[in-house]
Write a protein of this length. Structure first.
Lengths: 743, 249
């Protein structure tokens, strides 16, 4: 046996690529408490201080420190970059200098040009010539293929945020494969896969797969080359804890050098790292302080990932997120906990370095997790407001115990699944088209054909409902069409060969659709059904405002009249989506998630029958509308927990904000109470929850004096952001949200 | 037996301040005291309350069970003064025990003596509010004598010493310059030491968040100038109690 695998228990993982089996055979669950953890070393502090100064400089320069406009970014486009070479344990930056962004014109040249110009940079003439005159980009391709109707849906904000003018992301490479097997072995395996495609009819499908596999092999070779720029021999497996983390990071780095997808998530790495750390601790090559040092340095690197974004992107996703989502905790399928000491170490980094949106920490929650872990995690969540929780008991039966979370809330099994990100559909606008003969409520443009006019002064529920169902059915078809076009073009012109090289060749695909404004639509339908809603129309005959007489049950009060409507709506929409033929036979899924886009979507949407005024934001994700939760925090959680995960498998996002005093008298009580809240919510079938424990006064102060709060982090739908980096409008939206308090 | 109904002002589904753990708090309507600093003056009378049967209570509690059950959580009866509705209170607590929830009674201790045993039987924790320890001040602050409150505390303390339950917690809302004077603290300590076993004490800093309710109700708020205690003021009170061995929670 080679020394690199010495002391590792052998198994299926030695015969084929199977990281999960390696973990199962070798990891050591940890059920103790956090006492063993070490503070930041002098080295960490020194490097982190340097990085913080760079962040300050970046902020002062309007969010972008530097752009290299001379070459297109790729795995080996730049030479090695360092922050502080002598003091770095884990090396590797996206370009030759820290925080220097690279351009990715394959996504779309005009977008890159606009992004550069917004920050005072000009793209080199040769790049411009190549990408304008000699090759097709993803963005060009999509818009050439779009039918007019889809362009209209996009322009009117009915289907928005589609990855047609930015990269789709959402793929999680199994970066651990680089460390466990070494790249030489991975290339060998891909060559075997390619050879399997040597015979047969050579139809379009097979040729496409051959081209893709060849591109993956090329990417693997480039990864090796990138490693050698840093003096690393990535061809062979990692031999120590430091190498395991370094090799894994190199896989991830290749991905973020090559692609600038909206979400470039990391997946599930802690139990894997822990096996190597445990081995080094045991054989005396590493001390606990050294282990923490490695993790701290790794986390610093993840916080330095940058992508160049066009200004309009920031309108949708405020605060320049990268979604380096990393999952911790959970249970193994054999009943052991998957919590290891390294899960603790990652959270300790949040103490050692201070909170930050990245990496986007996602705790996989299970009822049977060790109490010590639950308590530790709850405390970190309360102290930092930068953690989200997802229901492992709900996801493990579907995906096993080796899965990552893509972007915010989307489940993907490590190594064998990927998804086509499909943005979201603005449900309130769909409802308004149902009230306006299929016309857009703002401009009056005819969109959906065959929708009967509603002429009555008071809205009739059956009429409204019938029309709405028709609109949704029509919309689902267009929505699928748009995504089929986008992902076909993306695969062709902006293929993520580095990430796909670290997945099985025969990968399972999902197409992740989404909805925004769920609670707004549910409340609107309830208002029509249970109260009297008078329509006021403008001169064009479009709905202008609504007058509501009487009360109606609103979503978020544990009232089945509203909550069941929300469930029915999700089931209806996914059923409609499933009726259509989907690119590469991907399995359609649905999310109820907005991140910060609820503000922009709301802005584009007219007044709704629930009483929401034109232009006002929707609630984020699956949250109830602001101020309509009358029965307290737990009832609000209960409503959201009723939304059926089987219909919205891409995730149901809930952002839960509390003032500290409402959670308990002191830290001990608050942590205990948070555990009960999470256990209760998840036992009822809730899927996801962001936890914010914050004083409103502090947020108000941070709006006025951002310089005092450089690291203030809060959770928005499915993601964390630096509060001070949000636009004023987004900040106000956060402040307007329901903060649960009780006295 | 005829059906019992409670007159309930409101229900807080995620209480974290009245008793241990997460609790569903039932605010009973109606109180015999008229505390000058009360932050729930809207529970002085039954006006505006709603009628609740035990079936209604089950409907409210059932969806909350996963949050409240296990651990220390459960339900709290507060108000108002819950013991003014002894039959409903007893029924509610009994029901809570059937549902596997612990019970806490937030009371001023004026329970009608003949009803005490029935309620205590289903009570796990008594949170006894002692607004003041000297008789004159108590009368001035609450409009009522102190004797019954102290007697109630003594009975619970004796039961706890004898049977291990219910737990007793003494509570005091600290009104700076009013009920934290040297005399007040000394009397309070004397009472605590006189009990069978010294109960833990919870000191609650006075706050002004209930003042607007007085105005809305058209009542005159006589402590308008009173400010919340400073943290050093709270520390001083805490320190004095801890010196004599009282556990502060």
């Amino acid at each position: 046996m080679k020394t690199r695998y010495k002391k590792f228990k052998r198994g299926r993982w030695n015969r084929k690529i199977d990281v999960q089996d390696f973990i199962h055979s070798n990891y050591k669950p940890y059920e103790g408490c956090e006492e063993f953890l070490e503070p930041a070393s002098q080295r960490t502090k020194k490097v982190w201080r340097k990085v913080c100064r760079l962040f300050e400089k970046e902020r002062a320069m309007g969010g972008v420190l530097d752009i290299d406009t001379s070459v297109a970014g790729g795995i080996v486009s730049h030479k090695a970059g360092y922050i502080d070479r002598a003091n770095e344990l884990i090396v590797g930056l996206q370009s030759d200098k820290p925080l220097r962004r690279t351009i990715k014109p394959q996504g779309g040249f005009r977008l890159v040009e606009r992004s550069c110009e917004a920050h005072g940079y000009k793209v080199s003439d040769s790049i411009k010539d190549i990408y304008l005159n000699h090759c097709m980009t993803h963005n060009d391709a999509v818009f050439s293929a779009y039918p007019e109707e889809i362009k209209k849906l996009r322009k009117l904000g009915i289907i928005t945020g589609l990855p047609d003018n930015y990269a789709r992301g959402r793929i999680i490479g199994d970066y651990r494969r680089v460390a466990l097997y070494g790249i030489d072995k991975l290339i060998e395996e891909k060559q075997v896969d390619l050879a399997k495609l040597d015979d047969g009819p050579m139809d379009t499908k097979i040729i496409r797969l051959r081209l893709e596999t060849a591109a993956q092999i090329k990417a693997l070779n480039e990864m090796k080359e990138m490693g050698s720029l840093y003096g690393l021999d990535l061809g062979r497996p990692a031999e120590s804890a430091r190498e395991a983390i370094q090799w894994t990071y190199m896989g991830y780095l290749a991905a973020v050098k090559q692609a600038d997808g909206a979400a470039m998530s990391l997946g599930n790495v802690t139990s894997f790292f822990d096996i190597y750390i445990e081995r080094d601790l045991k054989n005396g090559n590493l001390m606990e302080s050294g282990a923490q040092d490695l993790i701290d340095d790794f986390i610093i690197k993840l916080r330095m990932v940058r992508h160049l974004r066009p200004p309009e992107y920031d309108q949708i996703f405020a605060g320049s997120p990268t979604w380096v989502t990393m999952v911790l905790g959970g249970m193994a399928t054999d009943g052991r906990t998957k919590v290891t000491k390294t899960d603790y170490r990652v959270l300790q980094s949040f103490h050692n370095l201070g909170p930050s949106p990245e990496p986007n920490i996602t705790i996989l929650h299970a009822q049977r997790l060790p109490l010590a872990w639950k308590k530790f995690v709850s405390k970190v969540a309360i102290e930092t407001s930068s953690i989200q929780f997802e229901n492992d008991d709900l996801m493990r039966p579907i995906a096993g115990d080796d899965y990552g979370i893509s972007c915010c809330v989307s489940l993907l099994r490590m190594g064998s699944q990927m998804q086509f990100f499909g943005a979201r559909c603005n449900l309130p606008k769909a409802l308004l088209m149902a009230l306006n003969e299929g016309r857009d409520e703002v401009y009056g443009e005819q969109v959906v054909p065959g929708i009967a006019p509603l002429r009555k002064r008071y809205l009739d529920y059956d009429d409204v409902h019938d029309n709405f169902i028709k609109v949704l059915s029509w919309l689902a078809e267009k929505y699928v069409q748009a995504n089929n076009i986008i992902h076909n073009c993306h695969d062709r012109y902006y293929y993520e060969s580095a990430q796909m090289a670290l997945l099985d060749t025969d990968v399972e695909r999902f197409m992740a659709f989404g909805v925004a404004g769920l609670s707004c639509v549910v409340d609107s339908l309830c208002a029509v059904r249970y109260a009297k809603v008078e329509v006021r129309r403008n001169r064009k005959g479009l709905t202008d405002s609504f007058r509501i007489k009487g009360d109606y049950p609103a979503f978020g009060n544990d009232d089945d009249r509203a909550d069941n409507r929300a469930s029915d709506l999700l089931i209806n929409f996914i059923t409609e989506l499933r009726k259509h033929s989907i690119y590469r036979r991907a399995n359609p899924t649905l999310s109820v998630l907005t991140i910060t886009s609820n503000v922009l979507y709301g802005k584009k949407t007219g007044a709704t029958p629930d009483g929401r005024n034109a232009g006002e934001p929707f609630a984020p994700g699956a949250n109830p509308m602001y101020g309509r939760e009358k029965n307290g925090a737990l009832c609000s959680l209960n409503s959201i927990s009723k939304l059926p995960y089987f219909a919205a498998r891409d995730g149901i996002s809930n952002t839960f904000s509390m003032v500290p005093a409402a959670l308990g008298k002191n830290m001990e009580a608050r942590a205990d109470n948070l555990i009960k809240i999470l256990d209760g919510y998840f036992s009822k079938g809730g899927h996801h929850i962001n936890i914010n424990v914050l004083d409103r006064e502090m947020l108000e102060d941070a709006m006025e004096h951002p310089e005092k709060y450089p690291q203030l982090t809060i959770r928005v739908s499915g993601y964390a952001v630096h509060f001070t980096m949000l636009s004023r409008q987004h900040q106000e939206d956060v402040l307007k949200r329901t903060f649960h308090s009780c006295f | 037996m005829s059906k019992v109904y409670g007159k309930i002002h409101s229900v807080e589904t995620m209480g974290t301040r009245d008793g241990p753990g997460l609790r569903c708090v039932f605010f009973f309507a109606g109180c015999g005291f008229r505390c000058r600093f009360c932050h729930n003056p809207d529970t002085f009378t039954e006006k505006g309350s709603s009628r609740m049967s035990l079936e209604n209570a089950i409907e409210r509690l059932e969806p909350l069970l996963p949050y409240l059950r296990g651990g220390e959580g459960g339900i709290t009866a507060s108000g108002g003064e819950p013991t003014l509705q002894p039959d409903f209170l007893r029924g509610l607590f009994r029901l809570a025990h059937v549902l596997g929830l612990s019970t806490a009674l937030d009371t001023n201790g004026t329970c009608e003596p003949s009803k005490r045993a029935g309620i205590i039987k289903y009570t796990d924790t008594v949170l006894l509010d002692i607004k003041a320890s000297t008789s004159d001040l108590h009368k001035w602050l609450t409009g009522n004598g102190i004797e019954r409150t102290l007697e109630f505390g003594r009975i619970i303390a004796d039961m706890h010493a004898e049977k291990g339950r219910p737990r007793l917690v003494l509570r005091r809302v600290v009104l700076p310059g009013i009920n934290n004077t040297a005399v007040e603290i000394a009397e309070f300590v004397k009472y605590i030491q006189s009990l069978a076993k010294m109960p833990p004490v919870e000191l609650i800093p006075y706050h002004k968040m209930g003042v607007h309710k007085w105005e809305e109700l058209g009542f005159h708020y006589t402590l308008a100038d009173l400010e919340p205690p400073t943290s050093s003021c709270m520390k001083k009170f805490t320190g004095t109690l801890e010196e004599v061995g009282v556990r502060i929670i």
